[in-house]
Design a protein around this ligand. Structure first.
Ligand SMILES: Cc1ncc(COP(=O)(O)O)c(C=O)c1O
Length: 445
């Protein structure tokens, strides 16, 4: 192997320092970590670009980009400089203006579609989704007291975000006041139809909901469903639904916490599907992993007197100076270095590499994606399509052992490389994934 993964100190399987640290910590740390970190059992000490280093000195190509946050890779020098400078000057003055805030607003106005000209700042994905829900409730016409959402959608772990998708995390059934429409999950079509002969019936049914239920104020949606395993809608899906929302005065609220910032090859995934949202929630791609979120909206919505009451966009960390500095530096680099064009180029490399893996491994039921966001759905075999989370877990672990970090959720492995990863390193990462698949499917150890 060439490149940055050369500098190994110990055989990869040996991780004495990490084992000891994790054992010590386990005595006091509450369980409930993500499947990824619980299975991965790694202690990372450093990230540079697309490469992570663990406590025992092993290196990994990070095709999960942090938590799909590191569009510029880890510790981009300009973001580090902006944060360091800000950290030496000012950390928190509630939501008072800072020198960078106006500049960040100007930058967002350049990067976002023209109609999204008004912004509020928050600190996490769930927080910005909650803020969007408050705006929707504030501006809704009398009687419009329900929200639309999509099955399999994920909007965060706060109560409102979970109620949107009726998410029962095992300890509490949260049947919300929302109406759930069909997601465009063609691989496991709930209507047992096939595209294109289906005529995108899932969208027709969502449209019917919107037309027939006069009490719906907004549709909250992920243009591409991320946590559900990167579900990319077929042509026609969003066109039908967005038209219907417009026709019936239903606000379009795009949750682009995961997709926003260029990940799909446009600043917003909505742009790729011709959706013109009224509100957009952004977070992961905004500030290089620093907790930060943006609510972008049309002026008439965000400046509506009932949505703009004193304090409605303020909280302890909302718009904190460090987040603003990190976001400004991140987005400056995205714009200056034309990184969204780079997403398209590297997305082609990723698509090609994954198509090759799909051709070789029957446990890959479907490989789907857009830009630099891909999901690999694992099945027992292609004929049965039986979900195989055990195989996904094994591949995830084998990849880590080989020096590749991916994102795991159920029977799907997601890939979301930094936009700045070089072609060679991306190809090396795909090759490592191929070796992990080979190990698992051939039982090699
Ligand atoms: C689409 C979407 N919305 C909201 C969230 C919640 O973000 P956070 O974990 O920052 O609260 C996520 C997190 O993955 C997400 O993918």
């Amino acid at each position: 192997m060439t490149g940055p993964l050369e500098r190994e100190r110990l055989p990869r399987q040996e991780r004495p320092l990490q084992r000891r640290l994790l054992e010590r910590e386990a005595a006091r740390l509450a369980p409930g970590a993500s499947e990824e970190s619980a299975l991965g059992r790694r202690v990372f000490t450093e990230g540079r670009g697309a490469v992570l280093t663990d406590l025992d000195g092993h290196q990994y190509i990070d095709l999960a980009a942090g938590t799909l946050t590191q569009s510029l890779g880890h510790c981009h020098p300009e973001v580090v400089a902006a944060l360091t400078d800000q950290a030496a000057r000012l950390w928190n003055v509630h939501d008072f203006a800072t020198a960078d805030r106006a500049a960040l607003c100007d930058l967002l106005a350049e990067l976002l579609p023209e109609q999204l000209d008004t912004y509020a700042f928050f600190s996490t994905g769930a927080e910005v989704v909650e803020a969007a829900l408050r705006v929707v409730q504030a501006v809704a016409e009398p009687g419009r007291n329900r929200t639309g959402a999509l099955r399999y959608g994920f909007h965060g772990k706060t109560q409102g975000a979970r109620m949107l998708v009726h998410w029962d995390i095992g300890n509490q059934a949260l049947a919300g006041n929302s109406i759930l429409g069909y997601s465009p999950y063609c691989y496991r079509c709930p209507l047992e139809l096939s595209y294109p002969s289906c005529g995108v019936r899932c969208a027709t049914l969502v449209r019917r909901h919107i037309a027939e239920k006069p009490n719906v104020s907004a549709l909250v949606f992920e243009p591409v469903l991320g946590a559900a395993g990167v579900i990319v809608p077929p042509p026609g899906y969003w066109e039908q639904i967005a038209d219907s929302c417009r026709e019936h005065g239903v606000l379009l609220v795009a949750d682009e916490v995961l997709t926003g910032g260029g990940r799909t090859g446009a600043f917003l995934a909505s742009e790729r599907f011709g959706i013109e949202p009224d509100l957009v929630a952004l977070s992961k791609g905004m500030a290089s992993g620093f907790p930060f979120a943006v609510l972008a909206g049309r002026a008439p919505v965000l400046r509506h007197p009932d949505a703009a009451r004193a304090g409605s966009t303020a909280s302890t960390y909302a718009g904190n100076p460090l987040g603003i500095a990190a976001a400004r530096a991140t987005l400056e680099v995205v714009r200056r270095d034309a990184l969204i064009e780079q997403v398209d180029v590297l997305g082609g490399v990723l698509a090609e590499g994954l198509a090759d893996l799909y051709a070789r491994y029957d446990v890959l039921g479907e490989v789907r994606g857009i830009g630099l966001l891909y999901g690999l759905e694992f099945v027992r075999d292609r004929a049965s399509r039986e979900p195989a989370p055990d195989i996904a877990r094994e591949v995830y672990r084998a990849a880590l052992d080989l020096g590749l970090r991916t994102a795991l959720g159920g029977n799907v492995i997601r890939l979301a490389p930094p936009f700045t990863i070089g072609r060679a390193l991306l190809e090396e990462g795909i090759a490592l994934l191929g070796r992990a698949l080979e190990r698992v499917t051939e039982g090699e150890r």
